[in-house]
Design a protein around this ligand. Structure first.
Ligand code: IMP
Length: 428
């Protein structure tokens, strides 16, 4: 009966996919609430690796209905390819996938605009995934976006497309000296996608609220993370949607009074892809070592992730903004064997100590982290399934983090596989 939000507490890539997959065992519905195919969730089942971008990782469970909520932006070709990839691996996609009629479509010109914007920014670029996410949300807010439901209304789709292409072509030609787009070609392509997706398109807000009223277990899955949120992240180096827990309500159409729990996913250290401030980034061999051990390369773009120490200023911000009821710590095993482990407890800048996450990007760029150093542990934590079996110093690390952020760990992930997990408090 609970409704649980799963949200990234750092800059994304915290390992939400694994936790969502595990929690889905008891969930009747899993719904994505924002972002698009910029996300990449990796799940390993019996040594087989699944990388999901748009479809919630819940799809790997037979009896769970997966929902792509209205807050998501959908690139239909990428979605169809993902569905096909899953089918090839024996995962059936039929009534178990529902796509909101109100979700916005990523169009070919959004991709071109994303790349052109980044190029124009030069050194100041955001480091986007180049998937057209930002321009699609711009059109949504500018009230000229084309929605998934429009695929089922060719007349309206053609009308909206013609207006958009006229405007985009002017922009592409004059600002970026680039060739324009053919509305006719896009129309034909998207109508074909519409035909293939038709049976999945639905009023997902009604489906989810009826399920909640019927006492079903529902998981609301965020993509990216708190620090990439458009309002509460390191603006402008963020994604273009509300990745925080509040975004779950608007992104699927459920009221806040329905939510039972908010689980924050926290990597045992910190990573970030793309540009922007990262106070605890490790720029020496230790950072490289963590990247190599943790396989810290983007699941969507393959870019090497920047690595750093755990930052509890970031985490306290995540606890506050999301109202976290608990956290799941992932990738603890990656820290095995490190002699010393640092935890950032505050920032210093201009004679001032910051315990709350600063909003000023210049402070974030120039601040010095205040560290506490703890002893590492030598024994392997890989695959441990009971808290009491963890090395003493690993337990001390977790307990200290809980103390610093004021929230308990509900789960600790000790490996990539489903069962490499310590469960302290079940969510359903
Ligand atoms: P966009 O979402 O492609 O516009 O990219 C904006 C910023 O968010 C860039 O710094 C990306 O690297 C970052 N980003 C987007 N999606 C993810 C993700 O799934 N994991 C981590 N970073 C992401």
């Amino acid at each position: 009966m609970p409704i649980v939000i799963v949200v990234g507490a750092q800059w994304g890539d915290e390992g939400k996919g694994k936790l969502v997959d595990v929690l889905t065992e008891r969930a009747d519905f899993v719904a994505r609430y924002q972002g698009g195919h910029n996300a990449g969730h990796t799940v390993v089942i019996k040594d087989e690796k699944f990388v999901l971008h748009l479809i919630p990782s819940g799809v790997l469970h037979k009896n769970t209905v997966c929902v792509i909520g209205n807050g998501v932006v959908v690139e239909p070709r990428a979605l169809l390819e993902e569905m096909e990839g899953l089918r090839r691996k024996g995962i059936g996609i039929s009534d178990n996938l529902r796509i909101s009629r109100s979700a916005h479509l990523i169009m070919p010109y959004h991709l071109a605009l994303d790349l052109a914007n980044e190029q124009a920014l030069g050194k100041k670029c955001i480091g986007t995934t180049g998937r057209g996410i930002g321009p699609t949300y711009i059109d949504k807010m500018a009230r000229c976006g084309i929605r998934v439901g429009d695929l089922l209304n060719p007349g309206l789709f053609r009308e909206k497309l013609a207006l958009n292409v006229k405007k985009i072509n002017l922009l592409m030609k004059n600002l970026y000296q680039s060739r324009g787009f053919s509305a006719g070609r896009i129309f034909d392509e998207y109508m074909e996608y519409g035909g293939k997706l038709r049976k999945h398109i639905a009023d997902t807000d009604v489906i989810l609220n009826e399920a909640a009223a019927a006492g079903k277990n529902i998981l609301l899955e965020g993509a990216q993370g708190t620090l990439l949120d458009i309002d509460h992240g390191t603006y402008p180096y963020v994604t273009s949607s509300n990745a925080v827990a509040g975004g779950a309500c608007t992104g699927v159409g459920m009221g806040p009074t329905r939510i039972s729990r908010v689980l924050g996913i926290v990597k045992a250290y910190t990573t970030r892809v793309g540009s922007g401030p990262f106070p605890t980034e490790i720029l020496d061999a230790v950072g490289e070592d963590i990247r190599a051990r943790g396989g810290e390369f983007g699941a969507t773009t393959g870019r090497p992730r920047r690595c750093g120490w755990l930052d509890t200023v970031v985490l306290r911000h995540a606890v506050m903004i999301n109202g976290l009821s608990g956290v799941a710590m992932t990738k603890l095993d990656i820290l095995d064997g490190l002699k010393k482990i640092k935890i950032c407890t505050a920032y210093k800048h201009g004679g001032k100590t910051y315990h709350h996450f600063p909003k000023d990007i210049e402070v974030l760029e120039k601040c010095t982290p205040v560290y506490e150093e703890m002893d590492g542990w030598t024994a392997s934590t890989l695959g441990i399934r009971q808290f009491s079996k963890l090395p003493l110093k690993a337990r001390a690390y977790i307990r200290r983090i809980e103390e610093l952020i004021g929230v308990r760990a509900d789960f600790i992930s000790t490996g990539r596989k489903r069962d490499e997990l310590i469960t302290i408090r079940k969510q359903f």
